[in-house]
Structure formats: C-alpha cells, structure tokens
Design a protein around this ligand. Sequence first.
Ligand code: GRF
Length: 212
Amino acid sequence: MPPDAPLPAPCSLLPARFRLGVLGSGKGSNFRAIADAIAAAALDAEVRVVISDVESAGILSLARERGLRAEFVAPGRFKTKLEPEAEERVVELLREAGVDLVVLAGWMRMIKAPLLDAFPHRIINIHPSLLPAFPGLESWKQAFAAGASETGCTVHYVDAGMDSGPIIAQRRVPVLPGDTAETLHARIQVAEHELYPAVLRELAQSSSSSPV
Ligand code: GRF
C-alpha cells in the first residue's frame, strides 16, 4: 500500500487513542512489535488485555513482562474454534478491559458470531501472505511450494471466513535464491513487524480525523 493511500472501510466511531485487546496463540512477536511501538511513542495506543487460548504461549509471558493484563481462556474441545462459552468469556474480558479494537496476532482459531457481533468491524488480523493468495495455515510454506517469486503479509478486517475479510494493507516480500520455507518465513515476519504497528498508526490517525 502506498503510504498515503486511504485505508478502506475506516473504523468510524473509534477514539483516536486505541484501547487494544490482543489475541494470540503463539510466541507473540507481532504483539511485541506493537507494544514496542507504543513504548517508543511511535503509536498512540494502549494494550488493555492480552488473551491466549494456549496457557504456555509466549505472548502471555511477553505481556506479563510488560506489566499488562494477560489472560488464558481454556478453548474447549474444538481445534479450529473456541467453545461458545470460551468465546463468550473472551468477549467479557475484552469488554471489561474497555477494548475498542481487537488485534489478532497469531490467533489460531476461527472467530465466530459472539466475538464478531460484539466488535463489528473492530477486529483485525495479520496473515503471512498476500491475500487472497494462500489463506489458511503455514502460508509461507504454501508460497514456497508453489514456486512464487514473491509473497508478503496482509492486515485485514476479520469476518466469518478464513482470512477473507476486507484488506487494509499489504507488504511485499521477495522469495530469494537459496531460500528455504524457514528463511522466507523469517523475512515475512520482519515485514509483519513493520506493517502491523504502521497500520494501527494509520487507523488511529484516520479515526482521529473523522467525527467520533
Ligand atoms: C504471524 O506470522 C502471523 O502472520 C500469523 O501468525 C504468526 C504469528 O506470529 N497470523 P507471532 O506469534 O506474532 O510471532
């Protein structure tokens, strides 16, 4: 996305200083990039709560190290979505924390109606490919196996589909000679760590310039 291109579907009714709720299942490097941008005053936002469906997830440790509220929610019996009660608990935690934008950062489950309805057009995700190419799991492996000459990462609004919501911004990443799927993934993650805070900054700026 060119730096000054308008973002599609701006988050109207959001305050200029986002109160973020972050959901993640993994190591949390995207969360760290966002938290670091906030700490460096490069992003005017506040992380109110970090929630994981994995008790041992690095993202919870990173949040605790920063003195942030970190909550584990037991996911229940399904592998690809939360048990309805668990999803209601996530909604309750986000509401209690006064969150106005939900940021998925390595969240590995589909988002269903309770959460989608509670935060309409207020949930964003980062995905490691140039969507709509390579949705789903391990997209860097998909791109590598397909012999793509470039791939990248995408920030998008979340809907009920798999990596299918409206695209907000993308960053391209080349596939280089000698790459393995792992070196490609590492390069994509560097791009993700730049793109996600930049998108949040731009959303905050666009919401502060539109009537609340
Ligand atoms: C990222 O590659 C993101 O695109 C995908 O999950 C990964 C999470 O990595 N949705 P991390 O936990 O932020 O390091």
